[in-house]
Design a binder for this molecule. Sequence first.
Ligand SMILES: Cc1ncc(COP(=O)(O)O)c(C=O)c1O
Length: 471
Amino acid sequence: MLSTKVTCNSHGQDSSYFLGWEEYEKNPYDEVKNPKGIIQMGLAENQLSFDLLESWLENHPQPSAFKNQKNQSIFKELALFQDYHGLPAFKNALVKFMSEIRGNTVTFDANNLVLTAGATSANETLMFCLANPGDAFLLPTPYYPGFDRDLKWRTGAEIVPIHCSSINGFKITKSALEDAYKQAEKQKLKVKGVLVTNPSNPLGTSLTLHELDLLVNFISSKNIHLISDEIYSGTVFRSPSFISIMEVLKNKNLMNSEISKRVHIVYSLSKDLGLPGFRIGAIYSNDARVVSAATKMSSFGLVSSQTQYLLSEILSDYNFTKSYLSENRQRLKERHEKLVKGLKTSGITCLDSNSGLFCWVDMRHLLSSNTFEGEMELWKKIVYEVGLNISPGSSCHCSEPGWFRVCFANMSEQTLDVAMQRIRSFVDSLAKKNMSRHQQLMNRNSRRTKSLPKWVFELSFHQRDVSADER
Ligand SMILES: Cc1ncc(COP(=O)(O)O)c(C=O)c1O
């Protein structure tokens, strides 16, 4: 009775990424009411700096009461018709905020900005603008699981993975880009572009200048687009510092070139300001045709007027944004260190990272087999027995089993402590089990050796000598 679009499974709802959320919803951890519940560590939410925003709101009560700075009501203006170009004051404040995050090394023009209901809508809108159904975008793995839904589901576009590996810390290489392109050609897919997340979700690392150079050279040689999802740009809490694709274009003197028209940025306030519920996203493009098409499309996912008004007031307070960004980075840094140290005491290491709301955690040594079945087995144990919802690497299309994304900014410090204790006792119990299995094996072997007749022993020693001589 329903359309093929809604009944096809390219939404990705059955991915372990979303299944983990469902398990958490059934049994959510609460320090007092449900201390044995599941702790949500699969949600890239930033709850570390709410107090800063709350105290700003307390000191500036007018915007949330639909009043201007003269204390006059603007309720009617906000409630009546909004066209899809967005409030100029908000767009101006947002482009300044984006520049500030990039250390004012680049400036953005508000005329090139399209507002969307979050980065989810921005990414999908760009797909609608740049790709026909059946065209492909190349994405480095591991990537944000939501992309399967956002880029493919309604647009009919395809994703072809650029396989990155732990050997070089999951960096993008020229050969990985070329291989992905060839793979798409093999599948008879027309490649329309590359989409990267900088900084990366789930790696928590920002792209190096070398990787960014590779990407610009690649899209220019293949005559395709580059989308840079920079939703985590304000979360870079330690060196190396963040380099936006716009900076690379500027430094290469490509700002007014044809190539720059094929480079588009996606941004949102969901992570840097921790406001995913407000649905504030944006597309930034140097191509006026893309801006115009995306603006028309944004009718399907506008940011409400009162949200734009409130945020234009917050973001225009430059002293506030400056101190917010620096304090938020400091808090993320401390939280990140706490998670890395906590895991280390359990013998678990993370990919060295400088940004994001999560760590990319190496649990390969805890797998029963070096397979994705082994990864799922471990993931289920961690969700159901340990009580932590983390995201398995397979849900991010990682090509190697045993990696997990673990979020650290969506909970209190106490909850993170409980999570670390749970991991520690899990790893200890695994070690004990392995020890006793090893002991049993040793005992069985020694019983077997004792029961063997003497001649078997002599024969085996003799054979070992012979084979040693042969070597
Ligand atoms: C890389 C990336 N892009 C886009 C999104 C979606 O963000 P929004 O809440 O702004 O739609 C996320 C959310 O986790 C993300 O990690």
